[in-house]
Design a protein around this ligand. Structure first.
Ligand code: ITT
Length: 191
């Protein structure tokens, strides 16, 4: 069964593919020939996830889902949140985003943070369902590791010594915010 995943982020596609029941064939925006940049203008993860999923559903009339994720840092009043991808101004510039985060936390002792995902699924009949995933952790003082993407080199999940970027994809995929939301979604699809 075809299922559109509203992303062009290859890391996310691989992470999610590994978790969904094999009968579902995941189609990325590229796979369906959708080149539009779907605006993420809402001020919540839920709102942005819905914007993307609803846009695709209206256009393609196929079941689809999207996730909106981000990093929330306690000392920064839970910023960057929905602005995670463009924290330093330029969408998707992960190096600059991490540099800005390290600067913002310079000298701070409270480095508690969490990654959060909200996944919005729209089924064949247009019904919306939401799934959530959160992982708590801390922000390091320097970048560590080369795996993953985004803020992974700066995030150590609670109970671990390694950053997400120092883990192999399977390790991250067992515990990540997106994995938690996708596992709930997979259970829902298998009902
Ligand atoms: P799409 O919108 O195309 O799916 P994106 O990279 O913009 O891709 P999100 O909006 O979900 O993805 O996430 C916003 C940002 O939050 C993302 O660019 C990263 O900086 C950060 N982020 C999200 N999930 C992450 C993860 O698993 N590891 C590290 N950073 C992550």
């Amino acid at each position: 069964m075809d299922l559109i995943f509203a992303t062009n982020n290859n890391h996310k596609i691989e992470e999610v593919k590994a978790l969904l029941p094999v009968i579902y064939k995941l189609l990325s925006l590229k796979d369906i020939g959708c080149n539009e940049d779907i605006e993420e203008t809402a001020d919540t993860f839920e709102g942005n996830a819905l914007l993307k999923a609803r846009y695709l559903y209206e256009k393609y009339h196929l079941p689809c889902f999207s996730d909106d994720s981000g990093l929330e840092v306690m000392e920064l009043n839970w910023a960057p949140g929905v602005f995670s991808a463009r924290y330093a101004g330029e969408h998707g510039n992960h190096e600059k985003n991490m540099d800005k985060l390290l600067q913002s936390l310079d000298g701070k002792t409270n480095r508690a943070a969490r990654f959060r995902t909200v996944l919005c699924y729209i089924d064949t009949n247009g019904n919306e369902t939401y799934f959530n995933g959160i992982i708590n952790g801390t922000i390091t003082h320097e970048k560590r590791g080369s795996g993953g993407f985004g803020y992974d080199p700066l995030f150590i999940p609670d109970g671990y010594q390694k950053t997400f970027a120092e883990m192999n994809p399977e390790e991250k995929n067992l515990i990540s915010h997106r994995a938690l939301a996708v596992k709930e979604f997979a259970a829902f699809l298998s009902r």
